[in-house]
Design a protein around this ligand. Structure first.
Ligand SMILES: Nc1nc2c(c(=O)[nH]1)N[C@H]1C(S)=C(S)[C@@H](COP(=O)(O)O)O[C@H]1N2
Ligand SMILES: [Mo]
Length: 175
């Protein structure tokens, strides 16, 4: 093994270090764009950025003024759609132990809320819940790029700002 290979190795180690210190350098290797992670117990986690969300089936929701929130139009992807993409059981497959599945939505400030998978499933509760990335036609930015909108709730306490992670699993596996 010549010194050329060793040199290449230390160069790539230096690049990796630089990427950690300065994420813009590593843009191709590790996207630093805002993204959310969706993890269904027993399945591979998926990570979706704005572009990935834009390519999914989109939903529009109009909400009236509520609490401190003005009336608004929100666009994004249904939480149910994200869960299906990540491998959650739905429809006729949602039965038995899967009926204990809890969906936990986690924010950058560690605020968390939960839903049951049955509450969201179109063949059961069919509760409309949207992961919004635009408000009144503008990309969400000031309070985080992704916000949960739950039009059926009478207080916006589950309208989680700055969503980073969605996890689904049975009560024993989600924490
Ligand atoms: N990330 C995050 N989202 C959150 C909260 C929070 O503390 N952190 N509070 C919730 C509660 S209790 C309410 S009532 C609404 C308040 O939103 P507003 O301050 O924009 O009216 O945001 C919800 N979303
Ligand atoms: Mo609240």
């Amino acid at each position: 093994m010549g010194s050329g290979k060793g040199h290449a190795r230390s160069l790539s180690a230096a690049f990796a270090l630089a990427c950690v210190a300065w994420p813009a350098l590593g843009r191709d290797a590790a996207p630093s764009a805002p993204s959310i992670r969706v993890l269904v117990d027993g399945r591979a986690a998926i990570t979706l950025d704005r572009a990935a969300l834009a390519a999914m089936p989109r939903t529009t929701v109009n909400t009236p003024a509520i609490h401190h929130e003005p009336a608004a139009q929100w666009q994004g992807v249904a939480l149910e759609e994200l869960l299906q993409r990540a491998g959650a059981p739905g429809g006729e497959h949602l039965r038995g132990h899967a009926m204990t599945t809890i969906v936990r939505v986690i924010a950058a400030d560690h605020y968390q809320v939960v839903f049951s998978l049955g509450e969201l499933d179109p063949s059961l509760g069919h509760e409309p819940v949207l992961l919004a990335d635009t408000q009144d036609g503008h990309a969400l930015t000031t309070s985080g790029p992704f916000r949960l909108i739950v039009p059926g709730d009478r207080r916006p306490a589950r309208w989680v700002r700055s969503v980073t992670t969605v996890e689904a699993g049975s009560d024993a596996s989600v924490h």
